[in-house]
Write a protein that binds this ligand. Structure first.
Ligand SMILES: NCc1[nH]cc(CCC(=O)O)c1CC(=O)O
Length: 308
């Protein structure tokens, strides 16, 4: 790769999960290209999202809080590429930034910690989460439960649970597994709790006009993950969803193409619309049709959460 610098700078948030994911990407690139370890340098970047711990993300400005400082570093050339949890990357990205690759998706499920199943949470119990999707899904299944705001990184949320600030919490299995907490909690089947769009996927972004770098990063792209996550993200775009919209979606590869399932909920979980579609890879119109059908079938109060 003659057109690439000797050392490539990988930008990431500095949380333990982000650093673990950055190291996974670094290791994969080093193995794929038989590089010396010093060829990729990890550059932790503090984002606004990391500084705000006491309010729900939806209240304070959305997912861009986790990307804008890193986007700036890409644009300024302080880093060559960035690693993100795809779940935290806004649907509409700056046009100069491209998703160059995704690692193979991990377990897409949420894990419930503090009870063996949603039905086993004590009557009237408190569930800690700041995710509109998780709280709406929990309230739909168990209207008797109370939602308490839980923010912070995975370790902070587990500490809050430990301190008794809630009886149970939900965290992504992918994050727990990557942090060496594979033994914690009970996976909730996707039939019971459809995950967030992009959950479990790690993405790599760089400037769109850096062709040689994109090819270099593309060497570790997991094509199936990339097309499934792209379909879930396109659905969010077509729904006009933002980080406040309680929405779940999961695409799976099947013989003839993709199977995409989605669920829209009102915040209290009382309104609920689901849909699914089977379509050929690249059939964006089928995704748009699914979005339109979900919105069509939504009562006005639910549709209002997806105005975009
Ligand atoms: N919003 C925080 C976030 N972003 C990505 C993950 C987990 C890893 C993943 O989904 O890939 C988490 C924590 C969680 O939801 O439990």
């Amino acid at each position: 790769m003659t057109s690439l610098p000797d050392t490539l700078k990988l930008g990431t948030r500095g949380s333990p999960l982000a650093m673990t994911q950055a190291n996974m990407v670094r290791d994969a690139l080093i193995a794929a290209h038989k590089l010396a370890p010093r060829a990729i340098e990890i550059v932790p970047i503090k984002t606004s999202g990391d500084k705000i711990q006491d309010r729900a993300l939806a209240e304070v400005g959305g997912k861009a809080l986790w990307t804008k400082e890193i986007d700036r570093a890409l644009e300024d050339g302080r880093i060559d590429f960035a690693v993100h949890s795809m779940k935290d990357v806004e649907t509409i990205r700056p046009s100069g930034i491209a998703i160059a690759a995704m690692l193979e998706r991990a377990d897409v499920r949420d894990r419930l910690i503090g009870a063996e199943s949603i039905s086993a949470i004590a009557a009237g119990g408190r569930v800690g989460t700041s995710s509109p999707r998780r709280s709406a899904q929990i309230l739909r299944a168990r209207p008797d439960l109370e939602i308490v705001l839980f923010r912070g990184n995975v370790a902070t949320r587990l500490e809050k649970l430990e301190r008794g600030e809630a009886d149970a919490t939900l965290l992504a299995a992918a994050g727990l597994d990557r942090l060496g907490q594979a033994g914690i909690g009970h996976a909730v089947p996707v039939e019971q709790m459809l995950p967030a769009p992009s959950q479990g996927a790690v993405g790599i972004e760089c400037l769109a006009d850096r062709g040689a770098l994109r090819a270099f990063l593309g060497a570790i792209d997991h094509a199936t993950t990339h097309m499934c996550v792209a379909a879930e993200r396109l659905l969010l775009e077509k729904l006009g969803a933002d980080c406040r919209s309680p929405v779940a979606a999961l695409a799976l590869r099947e013989a003839m193409g993709l199977w995409l399932r989605a669920e829209l909920l009102s915040n209290d979980g009382r309104e609920h619309v689901t849909g699914e579609a089977h379509f050929a890879i690249g059939d964006d119109a089928a995704v748009a049709e699914l979005a339109a059908s979900l919105l069509d079938r939504s009562p006005p109060a639910l549709r209002a959460l997806f105005t975009g």
